[in-house]
Design a protein around this ligand. Structure first.
Ligand SMILES: *Cc1c(COP(=O)(O)O)cnc(C)c1O
Length: 429
């Protein structure tokens, strides 16, 4: 039999009930599991046996949902985290320690940019942010002997830059490090980074995967393809004994699952950014319709982008689905069925026009969110990225007048009508 397609995976992957089991994924709303002997419990703590004992480490509801995301990405192992922030933090911190270095595309989600250049810098991990469109030889100069990973977003938020996977995978692998891709905006419905050489994928499941703006969450998926042992001394956390587990070596004991087992056993154990089982249950409901919602988000966004592009008030517009867009050809190569529902544009009249326009909208609401069923709008320079200076905004590829419009799954004509009346109000004076 052929491998199941996205829709079948969205509905069925991760939860395979046996005879007499609940058909829908249940919520294991419990912190703890009962064992009848102290010896059994001890073996779980030593990672000698696998089993549930405390929800901070593992919970069957969360594991089922992680397995569904793993199947959608075509990975070897996956875990959920409490947020996209903790997913990106864990993915990097599982490889890099104080004194290490990471190369990252500069066009990033604001929270990620802050995590990398402020908080993780305080931990002694240095990031070099590179222009992802620079020639390969130019980006290669950013690598150092202590570089441990390369990071980029498949479609950056809110810059909407599409990652050149071939170039980034070549750069990472020729320097002996994995490529980590945040695939939040494209989702595995529109792009499967492992097919293009990424080694690890992260998600803010808060966005399209949840899709209804009801819970914050994250996920990390490992392809199992990166050979940690091929570079002696480079990834000691994976390839040398972990004294906190009696000298166990992750790559020896867990093979293709080594990266995820280590992230759970060390980082989740010590830092504790674990998802709530109830939230994983809600995430699963979102995932069950992801394959139906993504094409609708893309279809609506295409119509709205074409409408905005035709307006005289529009100063500029970025949507990879528009034939004239800078990233149209990369999008066509890596995400031929569509990109995402997010559009970035600027109005003539800059920042002030943006504010007047946004304040005149009716059902399109100002919200610090993207990628859910409801169309929403945000001005990054005033909201999500307000901690960045104008210079930093420019480096991150975010013009001061950029309006981020996240197209929902309402009817496109109604969305356009709302934009139209707001445009008329904003420009009537
Ligand atoms: C939102 C977002 C994050 C952060 O995720 P949270 O779930 O809000 O913590 C990371 N990366 C991208 C691309 C995002 O859009």
């Amino acid at each position: 039999m052929k491998q199941p397609e996205n829709g079948t995976l969205c509905i069925h992957a991760g939860w395979n009930p046996g005879n007499g089991d609940p058909r829908a994924l249940p919520v294991w709303q419990t912190t703890t599991w009962k064992y009848s002997s102290s010896d059994e419990m001890g073996k779980l703590f030593d990672l000698e046996k696998s089993g549930y004992f405390y929800t901070r480490l593992q919970n069957p509801t969360c594991d089922s949902v992680a397995a569904k995301i793993c199947a959608l990405e075509g990975g070897a192992a996956a875990m959920l985290t409490s947020s996209g922030q903790s997913a990106n933090f864990f993915a990097i911190f599982n490889l890099a320690s104080c004194g290490d270095h990471v190369v990252s595309a500069a066009s990033l989600y604001g929270g990620t940019s802050n995590l990398f250049t402020v908080t993780m810098k305080r931990m002694g991990i240095e990031f070099t942010l590179v222009d992802q469109d620079a020639p390969e030889e130019e980006i290669a100069k950013a690598f150092r002997p202590n570089t441990k990973a390369v990071f980029g977003e498949s479609i950056s938020n809110p810059g909407l830059c599409v990652l050149d996977f071939d170039k980034f995978a070549r750069l990472a692998h020729s320097h002996g490090v994995p490529l980590i891709v945040d695939n939040t905006f494209a989702t595995p419905i529109n792009c499967k980074p492992f097919e293009f050489g990424a080694d690890i994928v992260t998600h803010s499941t808060t966005k399209y995967m949840d899709g209804h703006a009801v819970q914050v969450g994250g996920a990390i998926v490992d392809s199992g393809n990166f050979d940690w042992e091929a570079y002696p001394g480079k990834f000691p956390g994976l390839t040398t004994p972990d004294e906190s587990y009696h000298g166990l070596v992750y790559t020896k004991k867990f093979g293709k699952n080594a990266f995820i087992v280590k992230a759970v056993a060390q980082l989740m154990r010590d830092i504790g950014a674990c998802p709530a089982p109830q939230n994983a249950f809600l995430l699963n409901l979102g995932l069950e319709s992801l394959h139906v919602r993504m094409p609708k988000h893309c279809e609506n966004a295409q119509k709205v982008a074409e409408y905005l592009a035709s307006r005289p008030e529009t100063a500029w517009i970025r949507y990879p689905g528009l034939p004239g867009d800078k990233y149209h050809s990369l999008a066509a190569r890596y995400m031929p069925h569509g990109t995402c529902g997010v559009i970035a544009f600027g109005l003539k009249g800059g920042r002030d026009a943006a504010i007047r326009f946004m304040d005149s909208l009716k059902f399109v609401t100002i919200a610090t969110h993207v990628a859910d069923a409801r169309t929403c709008i945000l001005h990054p320079a005033s909201h999500t990225h307000r901690q960045l200076s104008d210079e930093q905004l420019k480096e991150a590829g975010i013009p001061v007048d950029l309006i981020r419009l996240s197209i929902g799954i309402e009817d496109a004509e109604d969305i356009i009508q709302d934009l139209q009346q707001a445009m008329e109000k904003a420009f009537s004076k």
